[in-house]
Design a protein around this ligand. Structure first.
Ligand SMILES: [Zn+2]
Length: 499
């Protein structure tokens, strides 16, 4: 067994080297590689990804996994290796059941569908996308059937993005949230909105970049173990444990967008930067729970970043870096940060109505996979649900069902994780207050690093050792519940909107 373990670690190292190369090519492609090099970058990515696919499907890899998975061997492994063997063995067995020809067809279908989606969105015409979406849905059902023949398709898809989660739990959480949010949004809608026109100015991009670095540093992003770049859409990527990178996107007229993207991506990165070093080289560093990951980015972005006390100790510094803000009082700045109103586009939504955008997508996915609603009826269903949940109806598919790319490549089951993240945050907020005391005061005194350290210690260091359910039990001593988040929203927005 010692011999097998040694060989297995070497084998994993090889896969990780290829993966790192892929991540580096991707980073380069998305953050400024010259246009004419893109084709060659794609080729390199394809080359190394195929190598990874081969290595992780080779019979010798399967044999090592089986050997290490035997109970008498498994119990001797350390925690990191146990997580690794368990997860990779399951993945190996799943993939083994998928015929190669089918998999190749799935990948090309997804790629074509992504293109068709782009075209359809551009032309504002769902009918261009419909046949592709239809095929992707059909193939995803088949794909899951191969991997887990005895399980419900949508349940497997949910579990792929948030291990241990299921539709029954999500139903309960989202219904609870929907019931509480509907009257809250009505109250906010009936309230007077503050005048935030003082923010309508042009903000220098270079200055915005300095603000980003300042904010990242302030919340605890470690620049010795990461760096920043610029891309179309902000994202976080891990090259290796010592190199976690974030990107941002800048707009001269929207300084808040880059600030909050920085805090959000910074939250993802801080999670990855603080996984304990003893898990290096294991699957623990590959956090496969998008809900838990989102909970960390959104904790910084929403729970902390939308609190006035977050800004009190640093607003003067920010104004030095971004002089246009000198004419904007902190109160006005905060009114913009906490501006709640129902709108059509998910990625531009505030933290309250955002929840409804996700509930809508979750209900749509259930309609697709559990009720088998035909594809051509989906745009109408979307609009109906927008009316019901947010009271606004898109006048085009581009601002309706075509707005997100997730479904074009078959990433069904992903959307719920965004909202699960926020639900967990309501709970983490209460747990942090219990352990650290009044968070408002901690933030007001500029001691945010204490909160970051608390998250490091209780959540980040374990990477993916525990699934979200277990994390909630360990940190909050209770099962997932939407109540803390609702209470949090009620308090925050009744103060801001004075009801
Ligand atoms: Zn995120």
């Amino acid at each position: 067994m010692e011999e097998t373990l040694k060989k297995f670690k070497e084998y994993l190292n090889k896969i990780q080297q290829y993966n790192q190369a892929v991540a580096l090519f991707m980073w380069d492609m998305q953050t400024g590689a010259p246009k004419e090099s893109v084709e060659s970058k794609i080729e390199s990515i394809g080359y190394f990804s195929t190598e990874v696919f081969r290595l992780s499907n080779a019979p010798e890899y399967g044999e090592m996994l089986e050997e290490l998975g035997k109970p008498e061997n498994f119990e001797k492994l350390d925690q990191g290796m146990q997580v690794t063997v368990k997860r990779y063995l399951r993945d190996f067995e799943r993939t083994k059941r998928v015929p190669e020809a089918f998999y190749t067809e799935l990948v090309t279908t997804q790629a074509r569908s992504e293109q068709a989606w782009e075209e359809a969105k551009e032309a504002d015409d769902f009918s261009i996308f419909a046949p592709h979406l239809d095929k992707v849905i059909r193939m995803m059902k088949e794909y899951v059937h191969y991997m887990e023949p005895d399980q419900d398709v949508y349940e497997v898809l949910i579990d792929m993005f948030e291990e241990g989660m299921n539709a029954e739990t999500i139903d309960k959480l989202f219904d609870e949230l929907k019931a509480g949010l509907t009257p809250l949004i009505e109250k906010i809608n009936a309230s007077k909105q503050a005048d935030i026109s003082a923010l309508d100015q042009k903000y220098d991009i270079e200055a915005q970049k300095k603000v980003q670095d300042y904010l990242l540093r302030y919340i605890g992003f470690n620049f010795d173990r990461g760096t920043t770049g610029e891309s179309m859409h902000p994202f976080t990527t891990t090259l290796c444990p010592g190199d976690i990178r974030v990107t941002n996107h800048y707009d001269e007229t929207m300084p808040l967008s880059a600030m909050f993207s920085a805090i959000h991506e910074g939250g993802h990165a801080i999670f990855e930067q603080n996984i304990a070093p003893e898990f290096k080289g294991t699957a623990v560093t590959e956090v496969n729970m998008m809900g838990l990951h989102e909970s960390q980015s959104r904790f910084f972005e929403n729970i902390l970043g939308r609190n006035i006390n977050f800004w009190i100790p640093i607003y003067d510094d920010i104004r030095e870096l971004l002089p246009q803000l000198k004419t904007v009082p902190l109160e006005t700045f905060m009114s913009a940060v906490n501006y709640v109103h129902p709108s059509l586009i998910r990625t531009e939504a505030d933290e309250v109505t955002y929840c409804m955008h996700i509930i809508l997508r979750y209900e749509m996915e259930k309609a697709i996979f559990k009720d088998h609603v035909p594809t051509d009826q989906l745009p109408e269903l979307w609009n109906q649900k927008m009316k019901e949940l947010l009271g606004v109806v898109p006048d085009s598919d581009a601002t309706g069902i075509l707005q997100d790319m997730h479904w074009s490549d078959g990433s069904f089951g992903y959307f719920p994780s965004y909202l699960l993240g926020s639900i967990y945050d309501g709970m983490f907020y209460e747990a942090a207050q219990r352990d650290l005391g009044d968070l408002d005061q901690i933030l007001r005194e500029g001691r945010i690093k204490e909160v970051t350290a608390w998250l490091n210690e209780n959540i980040h260091r374990y990477g993916s050792c525990y699934n979200s359910k277990e994390v909630l039990e360990r940190v909050c001593h209770q099962e997932a519940s939407a109540e803390p988040l609702l209470k949090f929203f009620e308090k925050r927005y009744s103060e801001i909107y004075k009801f």
